[in-house]
Design a protein around this ligand. Structure first.
Ligand SMILES: NC(=O)c1ncn([C@@H]2O[C@H](COP(=O)(O)O)[C@@H](O)[C@H]2O)c1NC=O
Length: 556
């Protein structure tokens, strides 16, 4: 820009003329009344003008400005140079001011617009034509024009800002700083709107996910917008800054949790809480998962949530110290009594009995979260250097997740109770970072071998932890001053007689042999190794039952 621009910072632009065009009429009459009282002339479209007039406030129909009727069922109302010259003239420039005078166009100081409800129309299941009709054209055009021209114009897209408008109208106008903030908000608004339209077009109207003639479910373009919910104290480590964002789409989940008690959530709290939440919801009946460092140190199911917690905690009370505990049922007073003595970072559940909140709140730091939903969306993403990986969300609903579809590969068929334990182990092992091996009995994990770079080490770890870590659930770990105080106490040989699940096939018989030697009596695994025969032979030789699921649940 070559011409001289005088832009005093903090400069207010008095509000003399406003362009108001809103689909959502919330607060409109109050706004119009306040603008009129402050001496602001109001120009308005169709039903916005009618609403204002019905409230007894003077309003100029936009047709009187354009000299052109609204037409094509409202597709053209404000798309006119007499409107847009008035919005876009940079009044810091003498040339623009002179041009407006020559053209006989009066400038606007304020633009108040909200857009057709495109997203809501799509969500209502409306047909294509109705959705297309709800793509606002004139609104975003005004919003973008006014936002671009924020040195001269204030733009408001959210009825919650009308009180600010009323104050500004009566007080000499918005400052430059305020107009900049309003402009940023306005561009966010239209960007979010356009992402919704573009996503719908690419997914529904003109799907472009085909590769070599096959629909992939992955459109050629993916857009997302995120709103900051909270700035966190720090990230995974204290030298990393961190924040929580939400998208506004999809069902509410952990990110929208209601915190009932305790310190602010940290980055690692969120990571572990998310893992625990998913693990607890992989089971149909009452279930509890205790998570540390993104891995379960115990998962338990039971007749009620207190029993599920008791069993989850008993798997590895040492590691449960400082853990995150997720329950897939409301936390009862009984569960709270058990949990209260254990130093716990976060407890999350669909709800809490009032007595449970009272009991757990005696510790001032423990975070209690009421979480509304457990839906995870259709895809999972992971950033990599220079890009983003996207995959269909792993769910525990594949054909191979149903024991009725399993193949008996070795040993005698499992009785009902053993099969139930195998199903529990299979559902639980997918919460464990790969290579994952999980030992279980009576609907609870008793030994978890997580995150090893070969499967035989995961088997060794699962067995070793099963045979060394079990202690009574009511140990007052917190009061005892730390995990070390209970390590090694009362260690039953829990691998003997347990069942095992492996998240992926055994590439060799060695891992299975570790389990067999420890007394594991039944195993479930995907199968599919080129050495399945060797693995099956080892199970047969030991009289160990082995099922193949045909489905794998890696979690890297
Ligand atoms: N086409 C246009 O010129 C146009 N100008 C404004 N609108 C929208 O019309 C709505 C307001 O219309 P009404 O005042 O008739 O209720 C607003 O949501 C505004 O974004 C338009 N409609 C859609 O594109």
């Amino acid at each position: 820009m070559s011409q001289n621009i005088v832009e005093p910072v903090g400069d207010q632009v008095p509000l003399r003329r406003a362009l108001v065009s809103v689909y959502d009429k919330t607060g409109l009459t109050e706004l119009a009344t306040a603008l009129h009282a402050a001496g602001v002339e109001i120009v308005s479209t169709g039903s916005t003008a009618r609403t204002i007039a019905e409230a007894g406030v003077p309003v100029t129909p936009v047709e009187d400005v354009t000299g052109f009727p609204e037409c094509l069922d409202g597709r053209v109302k404000t798309l006119h140079p007499r409107v847009h010259a008035g919005v876009l003239a940079d009044r810091r420039l003498a040339s623009h001011r002179e041009e407006l005078t020559e053209l006989g166009v009066a400038p606007f100081d304020l633009v108040v617009v909200n857009l057709y409800p495109f997203t809501q129309t799509v969500a209502s299941g409306a047909g294509v034509d109705e959705c297309v009709e709800q793509i606002d054209i004139g609104g975003p055009t005004m919003v973008r024009a006014a936002a671009k021209n924020h040195p001269s114009v204030a733009v408001v897209v959210d009825p919650s800002r009308y009180d600010d408008v009323a104050r500004a109208a009566a007080g000499g106008g918005f400052t430059l700083v305020e107009r900049r903030a309003l402009a940023a908000q306005a561009f966010r608004h239209t960007a979010t709107y356009d992402v919704a339209v573009a996503s719908w077009m690419g997914n529904v109207l003109a799907p472009d996910d085909e590769v070599d003639g096959t629909a992939t479910g992955f459109p050629g373009w993916v857009g997302a917008t995120w709103d900051r919910q909270a700035v966190l104290r720090y990230g995974e480590n204290p030298h990393q800054r961190a924040a929580l964002y939400t998208s506004g789409y999809g069902e509410a989940g952990l990110a929208q949790a209601e915190q009932l008690h305790g310190k602010a959530m940290s980055y690692n709290n969120y990571v572990d809480a998310d893992a625990a939440w998913r693990a607890a919801h992989d089971h149909v009946g009452p279930a509890v998962a205790v998570v540390k460092h993104n891995n379960p140190c115990g998962i338990g199911t039971g007749e009620d949530i207190a029993e599920a917690h008791r069993k989850a905690h008993a798997c590895d009370p040492v590691s449960a110290y400082g853990g995150v505990v997720a329950a897939n049922r409301p936390v009862t007073a009984a569960m709270a009594e058990q949990l209260a003595p254990v130093f716990t970072e976060v407890v999350l559940a669909p709800d809490f009995e009032a007595a449970a909140v009272e009991i757990l709140s005696r510790k001032k730091n423990v975070r209690l979260l009421r979480v509304a939903g457990a839906s995870r969306g259709a895809v999972e993403t992971r950033p990599i250097s220079g890009g983003l990986l996207m995959q269909a969300t792993d769910r525990i609903d594949a054909p191979g997740d149903d024991p009725a579809a399993w193949t008996l590969a070795a040993g005698p068929a499992a009785d009902e109770a053993t099969l139930a334990d195998l199903e529990f182990a299979w559902r639980a092992v997918r919460a464990v970072k790969s290579n994952a091996v999980l030992l279980a009995r009576d609907g609870a994990s008793v030994g978890v071998g997580m995150g090893q770079v070969n499967r035989v080490d995961s088997c060794r770890l699962a067995v070793e932890r099963a045979n060394t870590l079990g202690t009574p659930v009511t140990s007052d770990v917190d009061a005892a001053g730390g995990a070390e105080n209970v390590a090694g106490a009362a260690a039953p040989e829990r691998a003997r007689g347990a069942v095992a699940a492996s998240d992926a096939f055994f590439p060799f018989a060695d891992g299975l042999q570790v389990l067999v030697d420890a007394g594991v009596r039944a195993v479930v695994q995907p199968g599919g190794s080129i050495r399945d025969e060797e693995v099956v032979a080892a199970a047969e030789a030991a009289g160990v039952t082995m099922y193949f699921t045909g489905t794998r649940h890696f979690a890297h």
